[in-house]
Ligand binder design. Structure first.
Ligand SMILES: *Cc1c(COP(=O)(O)O)cnc(C)c1O
Ligand SMILES: [Zn+2]
Length: 401
């Protein structure tokens, strides 16, 4: 038994293979690289019953993760989040089995901690001492915190409008923090220059192959939590799309291992109507998206005007007979309130977008009442205190209701 069954890196665009023993960013053809494992060997050496004795975190799947030596694991206990039944909301949508994979409980309050845990651990294993990345907030926060724990120096560039709490997380962790008067794409251009000038590791979305591996554990967990049965539909708030690509990859790997059977769930990429390049491409049956100018949405994590991995997101949606759908910011806030009132959960605007999409798809009949539906809540609502406006009455001392 090996700790990891890591085999090599593969380009999903041109098919080129690379060694996973040295730092690699993109393929020479410009595509992101995917991590491949020796699934044939793993199939004969690993049984799912072994998982029952393991810790409830994402490292329980270490055979399917890229960190080769256990001592290189940098963890804050991320993973194995609840898969919560939402019966009252399900009734409201007319769906009998509505489940929320609740990522608000991971360290740093968003699922970005999964990508950071695996990405930073692998960077450390490869001998990286300094990294840089653009972010809409949550990824930068997670990577700054995990980098601090790993002893790696992080440089983070985020839009001025990114959620303020994420600035605090980055600064407190001792990373170098820069704001840009622009979007994540503008932050990306700054990072690219800094990486070239200083020889840093580029931890931008999909420019290193390992973040996907952390995010794919959401798919592994969903399968395990459902007793190795697949749901019918999974809805995911899509920015860079790493989570969706990761979930798709995880389920395919489980299929190859023979741990799950049957058709894969229909994957739904949800975007905001103020930034919906993937939805537009899907409607046009295109293979790639086009840059979405002047993008705007309160769901900051999905404000990505052009994703490097757009073709992988679209492929996952096409191949599973899924859809891509946009919702408005108003629909998100209505849904956010609805979920708090019916189910007691304060979810993030991105998660609320995915729920609003589930409502629409149930209304249109694309989701059937008997479908088993999993919606990803990618982060904690409390990271976005400004997403809710309140005006409670103020009582003076001695004044009563
Ligand atoms: C980053 C982010 C997303 C989008 O994630 P991708 O996998 O890059 O598409 C969704 N929700 C939240 C809260 C995020 O921070
Ligand atoms: Zn290639």
């Amino acid at each position: 038994m090996s700790y990891s069954y890591l085999s090599h890196l593969e380009c999903p665009q041109c098919g080129e293979h690379y060694s996973a023993e040295v730092v690699r960013q993109l393929c020479t053809c410009g595509s992101p690289l995917l991590v491949r494992y020796d699934l044939e060997r793993l199939k004969t050496e690993w049984v799912k019953e072994e998982l029952s004795n393991r810790n409830p975190d994402l490292w329980r799947y270490h055979e399917l993760l890229p960190v080769v030596e256990k001592e290189h694991v940098v963890t804050l206990g991320e993973g194995m989040t609840p898969l919560l039944a939402l019966p009252r909301l399900g009734e409201d949508y007319g769906i009998s089995t509505l489940l929320m994979k609740d990522e608000s409980l991971v360290p740093s309050g968003s699922f970005k901690a999964r990508g950071a845990a695996v990405g930073v651990s692998k960077a450390k294993e490869l001998g990286v001492t300094g990294l840089a990345m653009p972010t809409n907030g949550n990824a930068g926060a997670a990577w700054a915190l995990y980098s601090a724990r790993a002893g790696i120096e992080a440089t983070i560039v985020m839009p001025q409008d990114a959620p303020k709490i994420t600035r605090s997380e980055v600064a407190l962790a001792g990373a170098k923090l820069y704001l840009v008067n622009g979007l994540i794409s503008d932050a990306g251009a700054i990072v690219a220059r800094e990486v070239a000038d200083k020889g840093l590791y580029d931890a931008s979305t999909l420019k290193e192959p390992y973040r996907i591996e952390g995010k794919k554990t959401m798919g592994l967990e969903i399968a395990e939590q459902l007793g190795w049965e697949m749901p019918d539909v999974i809805l995911y708030p899509t920015g860079g799309g790493v989570g969706l690509i990761g979930i798709y990859k995880a389920l395919q790997e489980l299929q190859e291992l023979g741990w799950v059977q049957g058709p894969l769930p229909r994957l739904v990429a949800v975007q905001a109507d103020g930034c919906a390049p993937i939805v537009k491409a899907w409607e046009e049956k295109a293979e790639r998206s086009q840059f979405w100018p002047d993008s705007v949405t309160a769901a900051f994590g999905i404000n990505v005007p052009k994703a490097l991995g757009d073709f992988l997101v679209l492929k996952a949606v096409y191949e599973t007979d899924g859809v891509a759908i946009a919702v408005s910011d108003a629909e998100m806030s209505t849904e956010q309130e609805k979920i708090a009132r019916l189910e007691g959960s304060f979810i993030c605007p991105e998660g609320a977008a995915a729920f609003a999409a589930a409502r629409k798809l149930a209304q249109s009949g694309w989701i059937q009442p008997e479908d088993r539906v999993v919606v990803l809540n990618t982060g904690a609502g409390i990271k976005y205190p400004d997403s809710v406006q309140t005006d409670p009455p103020l009582l003076e001392i001695g004044e009563f209701i």
